[in-house]
Design a protein around this ligand. Sequence first.
Ligand SMILES: Nc1ncnc2c1ncn2[C@@H]1O[C@H](COP(=O)(O)OP(=O)(O)OP(=O)(O)O)[C@@H](O)[C@H]1O
Ligand SMILES: [Mg+2]
Length: 206
Amino acid sequence: MVASIQAVAPHDVALSVRDLTVNLPQGMERTHAVKNISFDLKRGQILCIIGESGSGKSVTANTIMGLLPKVIRLSSGVIQLEGMNIIGMSPDKLRNLRGRVVSMIFQDPLSALNPLMTVGAQIDEVMAAHGFGTPQACRNRAIELLTEVGVPDPELMYHQYPFRLSGGQRQRVMIAMALALEPTVLIADEPTTALDVTTQAQILQL
Ligand SMILES: Nc1ncnc2c1ncn2[C@@H]1O[C@H](COP(=O)(O)OP(=O)(O)OP(=O)(O)O)[C@@H](O)[C@H]1O
Ligand SMILES: [Mg+2]
């Protein structure tokens, strides 16, 4: 697979990963989480990464998001988002890309959502952080997003705290947040485990 990939990614490639190797801390059962992986994701394409538990899927996703824990070290490779190399990029620049160019739906919505903020405020915050517009515009867009992802009674849900929602509803809220800025690349780390099959299909069409 690696050998057939060109050294330089063509223009229509939104995300390009080359020879990515991520080392694990000493004392783990393996020395690396991922070793020499390469792939390209073109605009409009869906790429599925499969592998057994512990094979490095979440580590790969977190590396692309620039969210690796300190103990895990990227040892080699190149990651390009819309042609920009993100390895070694400053935290400020990375923050600017996250949400806008690349966004992630996490495996566990309860630990990713802020328990002390209403659902609506959290979606608004994503947009406000990137200068989306007036508070009213953010609110309207948040309710539109909640409607799109199929949360029941979006106007009411907007004012709820995450603990009041079911697992599936929380997952939809996470998806709404991830879609808020219409990112070029959306990473989904096993996001539909909490959803029924019909909803999984709906989500994939969004
Ligand atoms: N914070 C961490 N500290 C040390 N090792 C870690 C850490 N996070 C992940 N690992 C190790 O990295 C390897 C890959 O883990 P990862 O979470 O990417 O697997 P995965 O493919 O997402 O598995 P699953 O399907 O169970 O979610 C595993 O060997 C794991 O033990
Ligand atoms: Mg995982």
